[in-house]
Design a protein around this ligand. Sequence first.
Ligand SMILES: [Mg+2]
Ligand SMILES: [Zn+2]
Length: 249
Amino acid sequence: MAEQIKTIKQNRLNISVYSDFDGTIMKKDIGDELFKVNGEFEPWHSMLKARELDIKDYWRTVCSKLPKNIDKKFIREFVLEYDYDPYFKVLADFCRNNGISISVISDGFKDYIDPILEKMEVLDSVRTLANKLEYKEDSSIMPKYYGASESCECFCASCKRNSILVNTPPDDIIVYIGDGYSDFCGAKHADIIFAKSALSAYCNEHRIPHYNYSNFFDVYRIFSNLVANKKIKQRRQAFLLRKQAFENE
Ligand SMILES: [Mg+2]
Ligand SMILES: [Zn+2]
């Protein structure tokens, strides 16, 4: 076993891939759907967007409006009704076969992420960094955040930048894949970025180099080419921002 771990470590490439979940692996945002379908979504979501409610209060409020009978099994069955991008598995398998770390990083909940990863048969090779739901004895549900959001002006309950900085070996090249507001701070600090929708607009606005993609087959095609041609390189601006973030901690 020890021998095996050593081999894996020696064959590891210094690359860490992080992918958002809602709107990225999933076609829809399950963090919205869960509450839209089963509880209350408005006026809370509009208040969040207008910044009248912060993200932690938002999650706490919408969780408190879910019916009492909701448990882990319910959420699992609920999410399995939704479409996911099957090509995520192609990317995850490529990473596993090439000694590249891959994580799902989400400001949503592990409770609905893991069933999808399990269905794609990648649960063992993909790490999940996400909030959790706590099912209390009185049947109420509370969000539990996995990371802090201090010192980052972002839209996350658990800041993706902080989570990436804490979870990535210092010499790794960071690859980020995402679509939305919660991805801004994580992507900004990454070396190679795949972006669509709001994240792509953000990157354009801030002149951050990125690849546009529409599904994970695009990501796989571009990323595997970069790896094969040894073009996975640090982005100077991201490196400096990471250094700055560490100094500000
Ligand atoms: Mg998203
Ligand atoms: Zn942040």
